[in-house]
Design a protein around this ligand. Structure first.
Ligand code: C2E
Ligand code: MG
Ligand code: MG
Ligand code: MG
Length: 280
């Protein structure tokens, strides 16, 4: 059944040991229904330029619109998705909705990009590449408007498979981001082995950046490294203006975080763009 992350999360599928078995079966059945019925929906968190506050794009973060339990965050079901091998179903549902969103925004004259999160396990699916390239053609989207984020932790296995897929995506023009940078086991070798365009600095390195010299030094080193490798950097989890200011001083250009904007439903994200374009 569902793996514990610790903390005081409400974990409704693993309340008691007696319930555990049927809870797990129920979760799997619910996830299959969610895959079949389109219950996974993207929320969008703005990515912004630290100096001007201009929105350059959005990260799509899955929410499960559960028929009885309401809107659920990934921590409640993402491990189970992997366990039950439903990653590709989740990815294709998200990718379809994101492609439609991009084409709607394009029709309104908005040219922002959307980042989709993918687990490396999804890449080994035989239809992965055709599905992505097919969506771009079907919705008439420039490949560079789609970014794919892969977490360091999901890169531990499947070395060759993943490299092939990432190289093909890169050739197609899709932008690739290494997510949660610095939290994996081999952060630097991932930069060497895979063709990433963006490094996303994990929020655990940003949380005390305005007061902690170690965090400051680590982030500085990542910025220098990215610069030398011609890669872009996005700082994740910016929660205060002070953090933004420090990052800006250090030469970091792109960020995300609650200070600027939390993940929101599509219509709210669209309103943000309407406002932005109205004042340009
Ligand atoms: P992530 O890709 O690193 O996404 C960032 C997470 O941090 C999101 O949590 C976001 O809501 C949260 N966040 C953003 N700004 C702040 C901030 O200023 N402070 C704090 N404390 N948190 C912030 P969320 O939406 O719960 O997603 C958690 C993780 O689940 C994601 O981490 C990603 O690894 C995974 N995930 C989300 N959507 C998908 C998906 O469609 N597919 C896959 N495979 N994984 C997904
Ligand atoms: Mg991400
Ligand atoms: Mg991250
Ligand atoms: Mg994460």
């Amino acid at each position: 059944y569902v793996k514990q992350h610790g903390g005081d999360d409400i974990r409704w599928y693993d309340k008691t040991i007696e319930e555990a078995t049927s809870g797990s079966l129920q979760l799997e059945a619910d996830l299959r229904a969610a895959s079949a019925e389109g219950q996974f929906i993207p929320y969008y968190q703005p990515k912004f330029l630290l100096d001007t506050g201009i929105i350059t794009g959005f990260e799509a973060l899955v929410r499960w619109q559960h028929p009885t339990r309401g809107l659920l965050k990934p921590k409640h079901f993402i491990d189970a998705i992997l366990t039950h091998k439903l990653s590709f179903e989740l990815f294709s549902q998200m990718a379809n909705k994101i492609a439609k969103q991009l084409s709607e925004w394009q029709q309104q004259g908005f040219c922002q990009h959307i980042c989709i999160n993918a687990d490396a396990a999804e890449f080994s699916h035989p239809e992965f590449f055709d599905m992505v390239s097919g969506l771009l053609v079907e919705h008439n989207i420039a490949a560079c408007q789609l970014h794919i984020e892969v977490t360091e932790s999901s890169l531990i296995q499947r070395h060759d498979d993943v490299r092939k897929q990432l190289n093909s995506l890169k050739e197609l023009g899709v932008r690739l981001a290494l997510d949660d940078f610095g939290t994996g086991y081999a952060s630097l070798s991932y930069l060497q082995d895979y063709p990433f365009d963006f490094i996303k600095i994990d929020k655990s390195f940003i949380s005390k950046i305005d007061t902690d010299r170690t965090q400051h030094a680590i982030v500085k080193a990542i910025l220098d490294l990215a610069d030398a490798l011609n890669m872009h950097v996005v700082a994740e989890g910016i929660e205060t203006e002070q953090q933004r200011d420090v990052l800006l001083d250090m030469g970091c250009k792109n960020g995300q975080g609650y200070w600027f904007g939390k993940p929101v439903p599509a219509d709210v994200a669209t309103e943000m763009l309407v406002k932005q374009y109205a004042t340009e």
